[in-house]
Design a protein around this ligand. Structure first.
Ligand code: GLP
Length: 249
């Protein structure tokens, strides 16, 4: 694992966007793995700016998102398809038909998951995957479990996740209880991964994920086994790591 520790959210977003920009410049037809949540919004803002300035070009890019809530349509303002259109896709010159988000309305989630993974394989796998991290240590929506989930699959959200994500809904009762998420196979097969984290609330789980035991009880800990992971964290999110592993600075 490599660590980039930044002074604040702004710098975290800039550094993460720079890694994306380098990827897009080096390989204009890259397959990008994309994430939602509040953490990557600043990264997407920077990428939109770089595209508007003509520094990066999304015309040959394709993308696969990590996850989607079950039961929300693409038009629902809390669906992850809506989020991606709003924060990135409508602001860059990506071909909409080359943007993929799991279908949260699919009748058969198992079939949808297998088809999603097959499509990722057809595209040659993900070149660069961005991840956030949930309070439970989830990546995508892979919640703590007895084993690491492999394929894209339907998942029951942890109560802690429902509570954390309720801030985006009118009430906690509106938060979907299920989601469809990429599993660990497509994530771990990505050639390069960056994980972004900011704020004190992520400090303990980030330390556990990077330096604790590799266990499905802390889903992000699997990243320790990937050969090319960069953690881009602001100093608050990195605070427990810096206290316990001061060599990181
Ligand atoms: C959601 C997403 C995750 C994301 C997490 C953290 O539950 N499914 O991909 O990493 O929230 O969100 P935030 O960045 O808002 O803390």
């Amino acid at each position: 694992m490599k660590f980039i520790i930044t002074k604040d959210y702004e710098e975290m977003s800039r550094k993460a966007a720079n890694i994306f920009a380098a990827q897009i410049i080096a390989k204009p037809d890259s397959v990008l793995g994309l994430a939602t949540g509040s953490t990557p919004i600043g990264t997407y803002d920077r990428l939109a700016d770089l595209c508007a300035q003509g520094d990066i070009d999304f015309s040959k890019i394709s993308s696969f998102n990590l996850d989607e809530y079950c039961g929300l349509s693409p038009e629902h303002d809390q669906s992850y398809r809506y989020f991606m259109n709003q924060h990135l896709f409508s602001r860059v010159n990506i071909r909409m038909e080359e943007t993929h988000v799991p279908n949260g309305l699919a009748d058969d989630m198992e079939k949808e998951g297998l088809a999603y993974d097959a499509m990722i394989r057809e595209y040659g796998g993900i070149d660069l995957q961005i991840l956030g991290i949930g309070n439970t240590g989830h990546i995508g929506f892979n919640e703590p479990d007895d084993a690491f989930p492999t394929s894209t699959h339907k998942v029951e959200l942890a109560q802690k996740t429902i509570e954390a994500n309720s801030r985006f809904f009118n009430s906690i009762d509106e938060v979907p209880k299920y989601a469809i998420t990429m599993g660990m196979l497509s994530i771990m097969n990505a050639k390069k991964i960056i994980l972004v984290a900011n704020g004190k609330g992520k400090a303990d789980i980030l330390y556990e994920s990077c330096f604790g035991p590799v266990t499905p009880k802390v889903p992000a800990s699997i990243l320790q086994l990937h050969p090319d992971v960069t953690i881009v964290a602001d100093k608050d999110a990195a605070s427990v790591m810096l206290e316990k592993v001061p060599e990181l600075l």
